[in-house]
Design a protein around this ligand. Structure first.
Ligand SMILES: [Zn+2]
Length: 134
């Protein structure tokens, strides 16, 4: 008999929403290329950046779900969950107060900052090139 448990647990709808956002943007890109909707490159570029961001959100959501499904089941006196891995040694730590979660949040923030800076640089260089003329 095939197992009927959902490996996504209560997080399935969140993953589905992220996938739908990617599909929507990919569909816009395909329709733009086919000339069915805005066929200009700026529209396409904007939606391509949107797809990248939506895909990053999907990756982050999938990673978050791995954290959540593998988390310690302990609940603190104030109702906050423990953010450490199931079976961890040592004391329980509130969700968001354990070092590994803080490192992940810092890495994601740094990655987002780097992407924004790279986008700004690319747009600035495109503006310079556009102004340079033939
Ligand atoms: Zn714990």
């Amino acid at each position: 008999m095939i197992a009927t448990t959902d490996c996504w647990g209560p997080y399935r709808s969140g993953v589905e929403e992220c996938v739908a956002a990617c599909e929507d943007l990919l569909g816009r890109l395909r329709r733009s290329l086919a000339g069915e909707i805005a066929g200009d490159r700026l529209y396409f570029c904007d939606k391509a950046h949107g797809l990248r961001d939506a895909a990053q959100a999907l990756v982050d959501r999938a990673d978050d779900i791995e954290w959540w499904l593998g988390a310690c089941p302990e609940t603190m006196a104030d109702g906050a969950g423990c953010g450490r891995a199931a079976g961890h040694p040592g004391d329980h730590r509130r969700d968001g107060e354990c070092r590994e979660q803080q490192l992940l949040a810092a890495a994601r923030s740094q990655a987002a900052t780097s992407r924004r800076q790279a986008d700004r640089l690319a747009w600035s260089l495109l503006a310079v090139r556009a102004g340079a003329g033939p």
